[in-house]
Design a protein around this ligand. Structure first.
Ligand code: NAD
Length: 254
């Protein structure tokens, strides 16, 4: 059976995926700020290093999969925290664990969002992330808003994934992303409680073609498939699990 590492495994989608993988007989190393096999604050350079070192210690023979799932909602503040956790920590941990995943011809599954396409690829924040200057990008982000920080960080992560497909495939690693719609987790609870964003998200949920919101199980089911051997020719895909909302908004754009 396989060995997987996940960030953000303490709650929500990450906890559900961890539990599904364990039920299937795999070993899952969980990295989180709250609790886990490795406790680390991924918003900081030290925390990212602790995360990478901790996983390396626990999976010296390699990883069948890595899922950088930890994320903060659009209502998190300061805005720079969203960029630090949702983008810069993802790239740092993926790069830090690349050789471990290569050892087992494994796969890396990014967690994007159905909101990612809502921020254009040429937005200065998205370009700042991809340019890699964390300090300058985070400073400039403070002038923007939560939606740009959240959806923009997901757009940037998804572009980074697709840009790196060829290089990682040369190491035998499949890169893919799952793009969930609104899913009932502690992250979504925080957004629903926000005075401004709560209303927006509720209205968006009402417009989803299949209706309402997802449960973590519905996202994790697809993630488990993308990580499995059944998906061994799936590479560079952005898999929307959003009840049809992306198709509703961007029918012609794929
Ligand atoms: P969640 O809040 O339940 O889980 C996020 C996890 O990340 C938590 O366990 C949290 O402790 C951890 N985390 C947060 N900051 C951290 C830090 N600095 N260091 C280490 N760990 C940290 O939320 P979720 O909804 O399960 O989110 C999981 C992923 O799915 C996120 O990347 C999120 O952006 C993405 N996503 C969620 C939705 C949704 O509607 N819930 C939709 C699209 C994408």
């Amino acid at each position: 059976m396989g060995v997987y590492a996940i960030t953000g495994g303490a709650t929500g989608i990450g906890a559900e995926l961890k539990s599904q993988l364990e039920q299937a007989g795999h070993r899952v190393i969980s990295v989180d700020i709250k609790e886990g096999d490795v406790v680390a604050d991924l918003s900081t350079a030290d925390g990212r290093q602790r995360a990478v070192d901790g996983v390396r210690e626990l999976a010296a023979d390699g990883l069948d999969g890595f899922i950088p799932c930890a994320g903060l909602p659009p209502v998190a503040r300061p805005l720079s925290l969203i960029a630090q956790v949702n983008y810069f920590a993802v790239i740092a941990t993926v790069e830090g664990l690349r050789d471990l995943v290569a050892k087992k011809n494994g796969s890396i599954l990014f967690v994007s969002s159905n909101s990612a396409p809502m921020v254009p690829a040429d937005d200065p924040f998205v370009q700042g992330c991809l340019g890699g200057d964390e300090t300058a990008t985070c400073a400039a982000l403070e002038e923007r808003d939560g939606h740009t920080a959240y959806a923009g960080s997901k757009r940037a992560v998804t572009i980074w994934m697709r840009r790196n497909v060829v290089a990682y495939a040369a190491d035998g690693i499949r890169l893919n992303a799952v793009a969930p719609g609104i899913t009932m987790t502690p992250l979504t609870e925080q957004v629903l409680q926000d005075e401004e964003m709560g209303e927006v998200i509720r209205a968006f949920g009402d417009s989803v073609p299949l209706g309402g919101t997802a449960q973590p199980r519905q996202i994790a089911n697809v993630m488990r498939f993308l990580l499995s051997e059944d998906a061994d020719f799936v590479c560079g895909s952005v898999f929307f699990v959003d009840g049809g909302s992306d198709a509703m908004l961007r029918a012609e754009d794929f």
